[in-house]
Design a protein around this ligand. Structure first.
Ligand SMILES: [Zn+2]
Length: 440
């Protein structure tokens, strides 16, 4: 077997805290998306009030025979009304959906020569401008990330493990596949809508008792089509950004930056050892002690990846922790067993290595995955890890570890961890594991 081709490796780079903090950020996503929603709401309410649509029940729902244009017009109104009511909750897609939905209403009203058309167009224009503004920031950020990645000294090339490769590949493909799925759904719904319309075509509002059915089906059909467009566009942006920036494994510095890592749903807690990694030392009694205490769970204990460390273990016990020199302690700061179960952890998330890696980050269009470098010169993506989470402008500082309130009695000593590149200090205790107190 030949080695993995060079093109599939991720070059390790390590930006400084200042460089990482200086990456341009977009407005927080929730805010940006809700501004889009608000534009739809204001346009819809403005037109409803301006044209006094509360008088509508007296008027016919449409004039003359029922046309496809009437389906489109009625459905587009239904769509913006539903979106105005529920769009707050759909916020993930609002930025792209808002101009599309307003645009559909604008086109329908223009074809209908309705006097409202110009106001729908005005709303569409505002939603498009807001989307463009956001896109400009994204483009600027992507170019900046590309320039930063190229300016940093290139470290080793890390080949992703098989699972990681799949995840990185699916990272871009998934949204595209969802987009295609939404497109297929839209096609199916349109087929159904047109079938129903065939029976209603040409009938007057009175003949249909004011209640056409095809426009009701056209609402989800239009929504699915718009969603497909948004998803495909997002997938395309992700692919473009990855092509533009290239493959890098970013070793993140401490402090704020444009992304935050989401690891497992369960926050790791202190006092744990990783069986595979930490118990190779023959003097470690952690597993043996647990098995002795819970003999009926022996098999389960031996099969689990993480177990509670024994307080009496010569390697992972409290005395062992308190005997460590400050330097040795700091070099082990990423190990969970140093810390009390209730203590915060240095660099929440970076518990498996001194500083976390983000694989494939290329700006907000593709934020990459949290990963770890293995000893084999490969890189693996943390199980169950989601894409790194974009941090918006003014989104608050690095969430970091929750503030610990260490016990006040039984203190052995304090170790300043800042000289070792960890923002905070450790407090060691006579009868408990250490506590981490964050702070610079
Ligand atoms: Zn042990």
């Amino acid at each position: 077997m030949t080695s993995t081709a060079g093109s599939t490796t991720y070059t390790e780079i390590a930006p400084s805290s200042a460089e990482w903090a200086a990456v341009t950020r977009r407005p927080p996503r929730a805010l940006a998306q809700r501004i889009s929603w608000l534009l739809v709401l204001l346009t819809t309410v403005g037109i409803f009030v301006g044209f006094q649509h509360w008088n509508d029940p007296d008027a016919e729902a449409w004039d003359g025979g029922f046309q496809l244009l009437d389906v489109l017009g009625l459905a587009s109104i239904g769509l913006v009304v539903i979106f105005s009511l529920a769009g707050w909750y759909l916020h993930q897609f609002n930025l792209g959906l808002a101009p599309l939905l307003l645009g559909i209403a604008a086109v329908a009203h223009t074809l209908d020569s309705s006097p409202e058309a110009v106001f729908w167009w005005a709303g569409t224009l505002l939603a498009v401008l807001w989307l463009l503004f956001d896109f400009t920031l994204l483009a600027r950020q992507t170019l900046q990330v590309r320039a930063l990645a190229r300016s940093l000294p290139a470290g080793t090339g890390l080949a992703p493990e098989r699972g990681a490769r799949t995840k990185l590949l699916l990272g871009s493909a998934a949204e595209g596949l969802w987009g295609l799925g939404a497109g297929l759904l839209a096609a199916g719904l349109w087929w159904w809508t047109l079938r129903i319309f065939a029976a209603e075509e040409g009938l007057t509002a009175a003949a249909l008792d004011q209640a056409s059915e095809s426009d009701l089906w056209a609402i989800p059909a239009l929504l699915a089509a718009a969603l497909a467009a948004v998803l495909l566009l997002r997938a395309l942006l992700g692919v473009l950004a990855r092509g533009l920036v290239g493959r890098y494994a970013w070793r993140l510095p401490t402090g704020p930056g444009p992304v935050e890592l989401v690891w497992d749903e369960d926050e790791p807690s202190g006092g744990q050892i990783n069986i595979e990694r930490d118990t190779s030392e023959y003097r470690c009694i952690c597993v043996a002690e647990l098995v002795q205490m819970f003999p009926e769970d022996a098999e389960e204990i031996r099969e689990s990846t993480d177990v509670s460390a024994s307080n009496h273990c010569p390697i992972h016990g409290i005395d062992a922790i308190n005997l460590l020199s400050p330097r040795d302690f700091a070099s082990l700061a990423g190990s969970l067993w140093l810390w009390d179960e209730l203590s915060g952890l240095p660099q929440s998330g970076g518990f498996t290595c001194s500083s976390p890696l983000v694989i494939g980050y290329c700006g907000s269009a593709f934020t990459g995955y949290p990963g770890t470098a293995t000893t084999r010169g490969t890189v693996d993506i943390v199980d169950y890890a989601d894409c790194a989470l974009e941090v918006g402008r003014g989104d608050g500082e690095f969430a970091g570890p929750r503030p610990a309130s260490a016990p006040s009695v039984g203190v052995v000593d304090k170790i300043d961890l800042r000289p070792f590149g960890i923002a905070g200090h450790a407090v060691r205790f006579k009868h408990a594991r250490a506590w981490f107190v964050p702070g610079t």
